[in-house]
Design a protein around this ligand. Structure first.
Ligand SMILES: Cc1cc2nc3c(=O)[nH]c(=O)nc-3n(C[C@H](O)[C@H](O)[C@H](O)COP(=O)(O)OP(=O)(O)OC[C@H]3O[C@@H](n4cnc5c(N)ncnc54)[C@H](O)[C@@H]3O)c2cc1C
Length: 416
């Protein structure tokens, strides 16, 4: 006979919880402290200077936040939530500085997604260096004529068999940390006839001749983060710099030439892994603006009462908080799915980045509206947060491209 009971057996731990565990909460608190005490006070200065905030990166290295060990720890979290939590807290402090600190992780993701264990061990630590000699990584796919359409890369990698070297030529554009990074991971075409299936990712080691920085861009937002062209002029790298190795590449190219299916391409493998973390960055910016506007709305008096006492303002804040929390939940779901090997059958990774990015733009704009003229001037951080948020509808796949991914996933139809 089966006895029905509501009591859970004492030995069984709950399989589902919406609560962070102690370790996650500690990391959240630790990074929040750094964001509040070090990052946020420096944000205005570095936004105005439009330069890489090296002293702040060094501070992050000294406390161990900017390090291989931190990433290893974060990636080891079986729930997948540590990276989104870390990103949200740091970007709550400032997005431009945040991207200067976490920008190298895109390069790390490129190495981890495409490289062999030996390559990961060799190159990932070099993306950070040491607190005394901070290093950086950059990940470059985009080109002047290949943005959303990654399949149309023009940069070429040609194998020189006699020397076991690859010769790289072309121009990458919009590259975060481009030209100032020590380690560049670049996706180039090895067989243009195969479009994106003929791409491969290469590490360009520090100081390699022929790699130079082209134009440095002056931007609308995230101005403390360096964005530039990377020019490749007969750059020679050893054969071991091809991520994944030549044997694997040859096998993949052979399958593609026979028209057989293959796994995701080099660029896509990287972006799939990083989308939830990028969504979490947008959540951090939105949360900063929401909190600031909430405080202001309680303080600011017009017509003899706090402006929050008007439904028009209070309802805005209610909508801001709702979108903020919905964004975070989408991000956490995608991060958990990614970590636990659940396929994004409905484009869940794209959903998280799409909704969090669009919501951040909307929330920061509402924050300006709530603050009136005070929200529109540069002395006030909501003006900067609004500018910073906009990139989240553009990089790592525009909002339109995310919608393309989602609509194809849910319909099974190749929507154009
Ligand atoms: C600050 C910054 C940092 C960046 N960092 C990096 C980096 O580190 N590494 C890197 O590789 N790249 C980086 N990028 C590049 C970024 O990923 C691209 O800008 C982005 O992918 C869009 O490409 P695009 O700018 O060429 O726009 P386009 O692809 O030309 O798109 C223009 C418009 O057309 C729309 N569109 C295009 N195709 C379609 C379609 N099929 N259906 C509907 N709409 C479409 C787009 O959504 C967009 O609205 C960065 C960009 C910026 C601005």
């Amino acid at each position: 006979m089966v006895v029905e009971t509501n009591e859970r057996p004492a030995t069984q731990t709950p399989q589902f919880s919406m609560e962070l565990n102690d370790e996650q909460r500690q990391i959240q608190k630790w990074i929040h402290g750094f964001a509040k005490d070090v990052v946020r006070p420096a944000a205005h200065e570095w936004d105005e200077r439009e330069e890489t905030p090296w002293p702040i990166i060094q501070e992050a290295a000294k406390i161990g936040l900017y390090s291989f060990e931190f990433l290893q720890n974060a990636f080891a979290d079986p729930t997948g939530l540590t990276m989104p939590i870390a990103n949200e807290e740091l970007f709550w402090g400032d997005a431009g500085i945040g991207l200067s600190i976490f920008g190298s992780t895109l390069c790390v993701a490129g190495i981890v997604a495409n490289g062999t264990p030996e390559q990961i061990v060799e190159w990932v630590p070099q993306c950070f260096g040491t607190p005394d000699k901070v290093q950086m990584g950059a990940f470059g796919v985009s080109e002047p004529d290949a943005g959303s359409d990654v399949s149309s890369l023009k940069s070429r990698a040609v194998y020189d068999e006699a020397k076991d070297e690859w010769v790289l030529n072309g121009t990458k554009t919009w590259i975060t940390n481009g030209g100032i990074a020590d380690v560049h991971v670049l996706v180039l075409s090895v067989d243009p006839e195969l479009n994106s299936r003929g791409h491969a990712a290469f590490v360009v080691p520090p100081g390699t001749p022929g790699l130079s920085q082209g134009q440095k861009f002056k931007k609308h937002g995230i101005r403390a983060s360096h964005t530039a062209e990377v020019v490749l002029d007969n750059v020679r790298v050893p054969g071991r710099c091809l991520l994944g190795g030549k044997e694997k590449l040859d096998a993949r190219l052979a399958r593609a030439r026979e028209g057989k299916s293959s796994k995701v391409q080099a660029a896509m493998a990287t972006f799939e892994a990083t989308r939830p973390a990028v969504g979490a960055q947008a959540v951090g910016i939105a949360r900063a603006a929401y909190e600031f506007a909430l405080d202001y709305a309680k303080e600011r008096k017009q017509f003899g009462r706090a402006i929050i006492e008007n439904q028009a303002i209070a309802f805005k804040l209610a909508d801001m908080k709702t979108r903020l929390d919905a964004s975070r939940l989408l991000v956490w779901r995608a991060a958990w799915m990614g970590k636990n090997g659940k396929p994004f059958e409905n484009g869940e990774g794209s959903m998280s980045k799409l909704f969090a990015g669009e919501s951040a733009v909307w929330v920061t704009e509402q924050a300006i509206q709530i603050m009136g003229g005070y929200g529109y001037v540069r002395e006030n951080p909501v003006e900067r947060w609004h500018r910073d948020s906009k990139i989240y509808t553009i990089f790592e796949g525009t909002s339109e491209i995310q919608r393309l991914v989602i609509s194809r996933a849910i319909s099974g139809i190749h929507i154009k």
